[in-house]
Structures are given as C-alpha cells and as structure tokens.
Design a protein around this ligand. Sequence first.
Ligand SMILES: CSC[C@@H](O)[C@@H](O)C(=O)COP(=O)(O)O
Length: 326
Amino acid sequence: MIRPIIYDNNILKLLDQRKLPSEQIYCECSDFDSIVEAIRSMKVRGAPAIGVAAAFGFYFGIRDGLNADKVYSKLFDTRPTAVNLKWGLDRMKESFEKYGENYLEKTAIEIFDEDVKTNKKLSSHGASLFKGGENILTHCNAGALATAGYGTALGVIRSVFYKTKNIHVYVDETRPFFQGSRLTSFELREEGIEHTVICDNMAGFLMNSGIVDKVIVGADRIACNGDAANKIGTYQLAVLSGFHNIPFYIAAPVSSIDFSLKSGEEIPIEYRDVNEVAYCGGSRIVPEGIDILNPAFDVTPHNLITAFITEKGVFQSEDIKNIQRR
Ligand SMILES: CSC[C@@H](O)[C@@H](O)C(=O)COP(=O)(O)O
C-alpha cells in the first residue's frame, strides 16, 4: 500500500500530493521550516496527515534550538480548520513539558504509528455497516494519502472491499484541488477497487437515478454536537443524501473531535488562495478581474449525519460529547 509519510533517521519524507497522480515524488523535510512549508502548500494534506507532519515539525523545531511557543504557533497557523493539527501539537507540547527534549522524537513516532492503527480499527467498525455490493459515493480524499496510512472514509471502503470484494465507488472530483480525481482515484486504482469519477455537480443526478446506496466522507473537525467540517462540497452532498433518504456517514478518528466547541458555528473555515479556483492545470479559466471565493471547507449540521464511524465504535451525534479522548 502507498506510504504517504516515511520517517527515516531525522528525515520526514512526504509523498508530494500536488504532483500525484502523474509523478510519485517524495519531498524530504529535515528541518522545521520545510515542514511548515509542506503543510501550508499542501504537499502534505488531510487532517490526520497534517497532525502527524506537525508532530515531526515540533520535534525538528525543538531539536534545532527554536523557541517552543514560536514553533507551536507557526505550525498551528499553517491550516486553520483541521483540528488534528492542534491535537498533534498539544501532545508534543505535553511530552516536551513532562520529559524535555529527549522524548520528542519517540512521541512523534508514536503519533505516526497510532494513526495507522486507529484507521484500521475505525475501518473495521465501519465495514460492519456494509454488506457488500453497494454503490458508495465519496468526496475529497480521506484515504491513506490523507493520513499516516490506510485512511478513514477510504479505509472503510478498503475494508469492505477486502471483506466482500464487491463494491463500487463514485468519486467526486472535488474542485478546486481535485483531491478526488487525482488522489482518491489513484488510491482506488492501486487497490484494484472498481470506481467511477464524477464532477461534483453530478451527485444529485446519480442519487435521483437510484444509483447511490451510501455516502461516506471524512472530517477535518467535529464539534461536540456532531456538526462536522469537511472539504467544501460535503454539505451539499449531505443535503442531497437527506432528500433522497441515503445514509450519510462520517468516518474520522477521535482526534478529529474538538471537545472545546459546542457546535459547528465555532469551527474556523480556511479560505485559500483564489488562484486555486482561477486556474486549472496551469490555464486561467476565469476572466481576469472577477471576484472569486475559495472557502476550503463547509460544515454539515449533525441532523444530516446518519452516524459517525470512529476507532471507538459507531456513534450518533448525541453521543459525540461523551466519547473518551484516549
Ligand atoms: C481525512 S481528512 C478529511 C477529508 O475529507 C478532507 O476534508 C481533507 O482531506 C482535508 O482537505 P485538504 O484541504 O486536502 O487538507
């Protein structure tokens, strides 16, 4: 299976997600600044993967003699919506305050290893909700590439495939960064899982034609009431799923729950460079001088979510606040 992140003797190798699917190139980060840049520019992306990369960034920063508060805040500011970033940083800070510098590398490696185990666990819980033979729709990339390995929503799909060998996935291309068509399709092809790529605006047509049995996506931040932020376009899929009576699942680790937030209204939404919308494959596709908006995430209200699939089991939104963090 693809290895999106490899740690090898003080070098963090990140499979550059901007180059996929045409090129598989690892960018090698050996210092704090290179990790900050890799997260900001989306060489590494996906909430759990960002959390893991930030943990190594914290280690590199302290190892190189930088101030801990500055290291924390510079990494924290790279991507505002994914709460796993803060979760990873808080764990590193706690380790630093308790044991000092010597234990930091070990803590970062622990966070990395745990993420893969967590994803496998949540995927096996999720697979129990599927009998095989379903047509599943997914959005963005919540696969191995968005995590330390195996994936969340795509991890569940992987586990259903291993169990039944019978599943078909509809993949939203996911404008403007195309995580669906470039990354999810790449991963599904590697696994030999049958799939079809569609443009984001085709989901309603497919649902209305009775082609979609279930929808499963990841999450970047979940509030205590179950409102969930995920890649822009997720909310409209949830509304469509509700209208067509199609189960809509969120698959995410407990580290994606922000226990400090009562509802999704408090989730900060990242606005990215408008050129991500203005250009496609290097060509300008919007006339010059036109207003463009690029919110990278939206929030799906809890009442549109059928269930949450986590490593601790499958939950309803009212149970989210009672899940134990560790
Ligand atoms: C597994 S993270 C949840 C995903 O569905 C998705 O929102 C995501 O990968 C985050 O987006 P990105 O902006 O590519 O970092």
